[in-house]
Design a protein around this ligand. Sequence first.
Ligand SMILES: Cc1cn([C@H]2C[C@H](O)[C@@H](COP(=O)(O)OP(=O)(O)OP(=O)(O)O)O2)c(=O)[nH]c1=O
Length: 201
Amino acid sequence: MDVPSIYLASQSPRRRELLEQIRVSYQVLASEVNETPLLNEHPQHYVERIAEAKAEAGWQLLKASGLAQRPVLAADTAVVLEGVILGKPSSVADAKAMLTDLSGKPHQVMTSVAVVNAEATKLITSITDVLFKPLTESLIDRYCATGEPNDKAGAYGIQGLGAILVAAIKGSYSGVVGLPLTETAALLAQFEVDVWQSHGV
Ligand SMILES: Cc1cn([C@H]2C[C@H](O)[C@@H](COP(=O)(O)OP(=O)(O)OP(=O)(O)O)O2)c(=O)[nH]c1=O
C-alpha cells in the first residue's frame, strides 16, 4: 500500500469526501476524544480545542502504530446561535428544539482544522454566517423523520435535504459541511502536502 499524504483522525464521511475533492490521499485513524464543552467556553476556543485534541490523539495513535509518520489532520464543527454552542442533537426532541431555535435567524458555523506532526501543531478556523428561513413545525417534523439531523452539528446538513432550510450563506460552504477546503489546502501546504495528487489509498 502506498504511503498516504496524511492521516485523517475522523469518522466523518463528509470529511473523507471533502479531502477526496481536493485529491489528498489519506488513511483514516480511529481515535476518540471527549467533546464536552467546558463551563462558559467561548465557541471558537471550543472548536479549536477539540480539533487539536482530535489531531493530537490521532498523532499519539500513529506514533504507537509503527506506520509512516505523515501529518495527522482532524477537524471540529459547531453551530453557534446567539453565542450558544449547538453540537450534535442527543435525540429527535433535541433536534426539533435546535431547528425551532434556528428558524428564521442567522447563526454561525465554526469549523476548526488542526494538523499535527513531529515538528508542529497548526490550526485554522473558518467562521461562516448562515441564515435560516422561517421553519414551520410540520417541516421540522418531516425533516427530523428523515434521520438526517442525527449526526450533524445544529441538527442539519446543508449538503443534503437541509439545503432547503437555508436562505443565505456568507463564507465557506465546505466549512459548513465540515472541512473548509481553501483553508485546509493552505494549512496542508505548510506541511508540504500537495493537494493535487490523486488519492487511492
Ligand atoms: C452544519 C453541518 C454540520 N455537519 C456535520 C459535520 C460534522 O461531521 C458534524 C459535526 O460533528 P463533529 O464533532 O465536528 O464531527 P464528527 O463527530 O461527525 O466526526 P469526527 O469528530 O470523527 O471528525 O456535523 C454537516 O455534515 N453538514 C452541516 O451543514
